[in-house]
Each structure stands twice: as C-alpha cells, then as structure tokens.
Design a protein around this ligand. Structure first.
Ligand code: NAD
Ligand code: MG
Length: 391
C-alpha cells in the first residue's frame, strides 16, 4: 500500500482534543514527542481544557466550534503566537492548514463529516476515529481516498486494516467484527426496559465518551461499525459478522477464502490504534501496558441477540438499503441518545425513535454533502418531535 510522505517529526492536528479519543491522542503525542508535534487543536465547548492543552503542547492553531463559546474569556490566555479560529467551520479550517501532516478527526457524531471531507480534499493523512463520517458520508468520502491516506482509529477497523496488510482484500471471505456485548449482555428486551443512564454509562471494558458509551450499551455502536467496515473494505454487510468477544482482547478477525483466519489481539487501549494511525507503516514502542496472555483464563465468544438489541438490526437494515437511510439512522440515534442522557427518552425508546424516523424516510442515493445535511436536519427534527410527543 502506498504511504503519504511524512517529515521527520509528524505535524499533528487533533480535532475534538478535549474528548476521550482526543486526550488519549495527546498522551500518545506526549509519549512520542520526538516524533510527533502537536500543531493544531479543536474543541467544541471546553475552552478551558483547550487553552490548557494549547499551552502545554505549544499548539500554533486552535479552533472553537460552538458559537456559544467563541468569546470565552479564557481564550485570551492563549499564547500570542497561537492563531484562534472560531465558528462552525473552524475545525475544517484546521484540516486545511499548510503546516499539518496528519489530522485526527475525534469529533463525535455527524458533526465530524465536514472535517473528514476537508482532510481528504487537502490530501493529508486522515486518522479517522469519527465513524459517523463514514456511516453518513461513506459513499462520497471513499472515492476521494488515496491509497494509504485514511487510517482507521476505531479499534476493530484498525485491527481489520492490519489483518489485511499484504493481503488482497478481494480474497477475504468475511469479517468477524468483535463486540464486548456491552453492560447488558444476556438481557432480554423486557429486562432492558428499565435500564437507567447510570447503568448504561458503566461499560465493562472500554472508557469512552458518553455518546459512544450509550451506543455500546444499545449495540448501535456495532451497527454503525458494520456500516463503517462496509465502506472501508468495500464488502456487503452480510459478510461482516458481529461476534461477541467478552474480554475485548480480539479486536477483530479476517477470514480468507482458504479458511485461514487472521486475528488482531492486544490490550483494550485506544492509544494503540491511535498511535498506529500516526506511525503507519512504522511501529513505535507501545503507549499502553502489554497483555500477558498467560493471565487470561479464557476467550469467550457468542452471537449477538438482534431481537433484544434492536439498534443492531436497524443498522443492518440501513446498511443493506444504503443511500440516505444510514444518515437518518445516525441522526435519529444522536437525538435519541442525547434525550436518554437527559432523561427525556427511555433506553428501549432509542430504537423506537430510530425505527420511526427510518420508516418515515424515502431513501435516495447519496449525491452531495448538501443533500446529506438536509436529510440529517429532517431526521433530527422528526426524532425531536417523536420524543416530545411520546416520552
Ligand atoms: P467525546 O464526547 O469524549 O469527545 C468528543 C469531542 O468532539 C470533544 O473534544 C468535543 O469538544 C468535540 N465535539 C463535540 N461536538 C462537536 C461538534 N458539534 N463540532 C465539533 N466538535 C465537537 O467522544 P469520544 O468518545 O472521544 O469519541 C469521538 C469519536 O471517536 C466518535 O465518533 C466515536 O464514535 C469515535 N470512537 C471513540 C472511541 C472511544 O474509545 N472513545 C473508540 C472508537 C471510536
Ligand atoms: Mg470500535
């Protein structure tokens, strides 16, 4: 696979630097300060953290994307040498900077799509954590990707990418996309009805932002990841099998035509795939503790329960149908998850909201980013209407 040329010290932009992925990426940059230089940082609203990181890492450019926080007093504490970009396009502006080599898009939700688009357009390496970019806009983004330009950060997709290195992806028979099962593994639909926000925020193996933690509890996360994998590998969703792997030690597997199966194993630590997206094709010393496999008593496997975890089924329907339906699935889910986090929607209500929006949508083939923005707005309004009338 071709590699985009990198200077001795790679100049990094981290979009969404105050989140779970963003702060772990900063830790990777700290541990490999001789190879990585933090040049640009964006945050939506946590300007105090943004200023702190900008000073600590000597960033030359920062961006604040939430209109409500563009005038925060703390921004006056930025070093005089640091340029400040503000407003909804500010993250894209960082993606377009001349003095940046790789951009990590660690923004949450469909809000990351325009930044991912800007990175690809500028020809820089895209380290992609924001799976929603591909779920919503994969049809438009994938044809823009040059060989070796997009490095998936999502641990499963990073694993698949590595299992396919040196292989012909057309000889892959299927993908085993692993899933911890989340905090409610084994529960029936009835048992999920009274799940609370606190229950759902306690993930057994990964420590993540609130939205993806809820998506991991409903299994929507795995549904979104199947669509993400579909775009990345160019494979039908039917051949991307979800496999419960309770210990989260196998990050995914590729099964080839000859029956051989390659798996990627390692610690459940996002700093490893983040670092690889920066270091590829090199491998640098690990940013996380190593796994002693002698201490792991067993690796357990299972099939997901699509009847109880209805979001997984809905994502399968959206992935199969394609077009603008995954955009509706994603937007409705973002609104419903936010409502659940604010006690305005029940846990099982999330799937109800998503399903109602999908049922009401006439899917079209994806033609433009403007069309996707319109569909996204429609689905969000519809989801909000359903939530305010039902819950
Ligand atoms: P998070 O909520 O912890 O952080 C989100 C970041 O995005 C913050 O820095 C925030 O300032 C910024 N942001 C929020 N809304 C924004 C908007 N409208 N415009 C611009 N920036 C905005 O989220 P996270 O858990 O770090 O996840 C980030 C992305 O990475 C998601 O797409 C998630 O699916 C993906 N991902 C996360 C993990 C994980 O372990 N956390 C693993 C795999 C993939
Ligand atoms: Mg993942």
């Amino acid at each position: 696979m071709a590699v985009i040329d990198m200077p001795a010290r790679t100049r990094v932009a981290i979009l969404g630097c105050t989140g779970s992925i963003g702060t772990q990426a900063l830790d990777v940059c700290r541990q490999h300060a001789d190879r990585l230089e933090v040049v640009a940082l964006s945050a939506h609203s946590r300007t105090e953290d943004l200023v702190h990181f900008a000073r600590e890492y000597g960033a030359r450019h920062v961006a604040v994307t939430s209109e409500g926080h563009c005038g925060d007093a703390v921004l006056s504490e930025l070093p005089a040498t640091c340029s400040l970009h503000t407003g909804p396009r500010a993250a894209e502006e960082l993606a377009e900077l001349e003095d940046v080599d790789v951009v990590l898009v660690a923004i949450v939700g469909a809000a990351g799509l325009s930044a991912s688009h800007a990175v690809l357009k500028s020809g820089k390496r895209l380290a992609l954590a924001n799976k929603e970019s591909l779920v919503v806009g994969g049809d438009l983004l994938m044809p823009m990707v040059q060989p070796g330009q997009m490095l998936p950060v999502d641990s499963e997709h990073g694993a698949i990418f590595q299992c396919l290195l040196g292989e012909d992806a057309r000889e892959a028979h299927c993908i085993w996309l692993t899933c911890s099962g989340g905090p409610f593994y084994g529960r029936t639909l009835q048992e999920l009805a009274d799940v609370t926000r606190c229950d759902a925020l306690a993930h057994p193996t990964w420590n993540m932002g609130a939205k993806i933690t809820i998506d991991s509890a409903t299994l929507m996360n795995k549904g979104l990841e199947r669509i993400e994998a579909m775009h990345l590998i160019g494979m039908d969703i039917d051949r991307i099998n979800v496999l419960i792997q309770r210990e989260s030690k196998i990050h995914s597997m590729v099964e080839f035509e000859d029956g051989s199966v390659l798996a990627h194993l390692g610690a459940s630590d996002m700093r490893i795939p983040i670092q690889y997206a920066f270091s590829y094709p090199e491998r640098w010393s690990t940013p996380a503790p190593r796994v002693d496999f002698r201490q792991i008593a067993q690796l357990t496997f299972g099939a997901p329960d699509m009847e109880s975890f209805r979001c997984l089924k809905l994502a399968e329907i959206a992935g199969k149908q394609g077009g603008t339906l995954p955009c509706v699935l994603n937007a409705a889910n973002e609104v419903a998850v936010d409502a659940f986090l604010h006690d305005a929607c029940t846990f099982t209500g999330i799937a109800d909201v998503v399903e109602s929006c999908m049922d009401a949508h006439d899917s079209q083939s994806v033609e433009s980013f403007e069309q996707l923005a319109d569909v996204d707005t429609w689905a969000r309004e519809r989801a909000r209407g359903i939530i305010s009338s039902r819950f």
